[in-house]
Ligand binder design. Structure first.
Ligand code: ZN
Length: 165
């Protein structure tokens, strides 16, 4: 079910999310709602607090050709990161704005799946950026806190990379 996405200024987005301990039907339904909401808003990632649920759950789909498709991460933890990439970043909770944010080029994350099984996920480029962005949400951090500067439309010569997330 598509849920309402909370917007910047809502205090829930600034709270610390708690660890998921029950891998039950409720979690399954939350993951389904999050994917529905992300795809409906044409985003590449969504964190549970964005729909008002203070649990450490994120979904990502970079929608790249030959990409991994929908990724569900419960209790994700960053275990490795390297390199650097600077680029435009947006957020479904911050509509119609984008900022220039520097992120690691590569990250390795440990998380659990819907059944509670642990797995590791590596990401480069856009996936690394999305992982950092969504995991920040779990600690109440929004990209605007980290951006180097706001990107305005008149800064762009063309529209080939919307950068909307
Ligand atoms: Zn976001």
């Amino acid at each position: 079910m598509v849920k309402k996405i909370l917007k910047l200024g809502n205090e829930t987005l600034r709270k610390h999310c708690s660890t998921v301990t029950k891998f039950d039907l409720r979690l399954k339904l939350l993951l389904r709602d999050m994917a529905d909401t992300m795809y409906d808003a044409d985003g590449v990632g969504l964190a549970a607090p964005q729909i008002g649920i203070l649990r450490r759950v994120i979904v990502i789909d970079t929608q790249e050709e030959n990409g991994p498709g929908l990724i569900e991460l419960i209790n994700p933890v960053m275990i490795e990161q390297s390199g650097e990439q600077g680029g435009p970043e947006g957020c479904l909770s911050v509509p119609d704005r984008r900022g220039y944010v520097v992120r690691p080029e590569y990250v390795k994350v440990r998380a659990q799946n819907v059944r509670g099984d642990a797995f590791e996920l590596e990401g480069h480029g856009l996936l690394a950026r999305a992982l950092c962005h969504e995991m920040d949400h779990l600690d109440g951090i929004i990209y605007v806190d980290k951006m180097d500067h706001e990107i305005f439309d008149f800064d762009r010569d063309d529209d080939k990379d919307g950068g909307a997330k």
